[in-house]
Design a binder for this molecule. Structure first.
Ligand code: PLP
Length: 385
């Protein structure tokens, strides 16, 4: 080894992850990842897994027996939902109001489904009447919506969607990637049949696992499915043989990631799930008060906002790339901008996990208003942060 320098330990810069994800990770979660691994068939691993599955039920708000974590990021969860519940030729109804609805649409098309979409501009949500009218008219076998659209900041309440879908004999898939762990997702109370999430957003864990839950109604669908499931790796019937009952080898579970998720969930339980939601709500309210005082209006109507991911509009004449560059280079703060329909129009600022506190908001707004000023924005006089 001639060049020893390139073999020195990696030394990442200090970052404050105020973006949509990955989000800030607690040091106890990093410590859990450094523990020695056991085998993927070791009884200790199944103990860890059992705890993870039980706590996931609590954060999901479900009694679903079939609740676990898929090995992969949120998109693997999305692909698991589509691969197992969308059959070739089936009619799928999608509520489309953002980037991730489009990703699901693409996956459904690859599975040769007949996709029908109800569309809305990015940042808006569907009313109860619009939802039920669409489902009654189209009669899809599977209905899909995104609960927390990370590309827009909008939260879709799914109660009317689920009620209309069940009346029509359909099951409902909901994307809960950003909401899980930061705000109530209420799987059972809403009537959601299949939901997936990720470890690196509302749960404050590194990326690598996708929490997943399936209702008894959807399990019946799965059992009666005739067409083979095309994704061998994400086949829930095979995964059930590994995770439940016989623990038959399927793939090697990412042990260290399960340690991390175990600790992240333990942190949540220690704080109290409802207390954690309330902390995120309080931080969101405080964020909105301060951002409006700065003169930046929120893009999404007040009653439809995601608590942990804010989308304030970028002021006229301000270059969002320049603001983000200043924040990252001078302060180590990451935020993201909008894309697609919202490119150049909004910032995407996550206030979640360990960062959802008044002290961290003080720090953020101090640096953010300075970065806006550097980018030529006239910060209103007398705005006290
Ligand atoms: C992040 C995200 C995904 C994709 O998750 P990855 O972990 O990036 O694969 C899917 N849906 C929504 C709403 C997301 O925010």
């Amino acid at each position: 080894m001639s060049d020893t320098k390139s073999y020195s330990p990696i030394n990442p810069p200090q970052r404050y992850l105020f973006g949509p994800g990955p989000t800030q990770v607690d040091s106890r979660v990093y410590q859990a990842m450094t523990k020695p691994i056991v085998g993927h068939l070791d009884p200790y691993f199944f103990q860890v897994l059992g705890d993870v599955r039980q706590t996931l039920r609590t954060v999901f708000g479900t009694k679903n027996e079939f609740t676990l974590a898929i090995s992969g990021t949120g998109s693997a969860g999305m692909e698991t939902a589509v691969g197992n519940f969308v059959e070739p030729g089936a009619k799928i109804g999608i509520f489309a109001n953002g980037f991730f609805c489009d990703r699901i649409t693409e996956m459904c098309k690859r599975h040769e489904a007949e996709v029908v979409r109800l569309e809305k501009p990015w940042g808006e949500v569907f009313s109860d009447a619009e939802a039920s009218e669409f489902i009654r008219r189209e009669k899809p076998g599977v209905v899909i919506y995104v609960q927390a659209e990370t590309s827009t900041g909008a939260f879709q309440d799914g109660t009317a969607i689920c009620a209309a879908a069940h009346d029509a004999g359909a099951i409902v898939i909901a994307d809960c990637v950003t909401s899980l762990g930061a705000m109530p997702v209420k799987i059972d109370a809403t009537g959601i049949d299949v939901a997936y999430s990720c470890s690196q957003k509302g749960l404050s864990c590194p990326p690598g696992l996708s929490p997943f839950t399936v209702s008894p109604r959807a399990m019946d669908r799965l059992k009666s499915r005739k067409a083979p499931i095309r994704e061998w790796y994400l086949d829930l019937r095979l995964l059930q043989d590994y995770y439940d009952g016989a623990h038959k080898y399927h793939h090697t579970a990412p042990i260290s990631m399960f340690y991390a998720l175990h600790q992240a969930l333990a942190n949540i339980m220690e704080e109290g799930v409802e207390q954690r939601w309330e902390r995120h709500y309080a931080a969101h309210k405080e964020f909105v008060r301060r951002i409006e005082a700065l003169g930046l209006p929120m893009h999404v109507a007040e009653e439809h906002r995601i608590w942990n991911l804010n989308t304030p509009r970028i002021p006229q004449g301000v270059n969002d790339t320049a603001v983000r560059k200043t924040l990252l280079e001078q302060d180590g703060i990451e935020i993201l901008g909008g894309f697609g329909q919202l490119a150049g129009k909004v910032f995407r600022i996550g206030v979640m996990g360990p960062l959802a506190t008044t002290d961290n908001l003080d720090f953020f707004f101090d640096r953010f208003s300075r970065a806006l000023a550097i980018a030529g924005y006239k910060v209103p006089a007398g705005v006290a942060h």
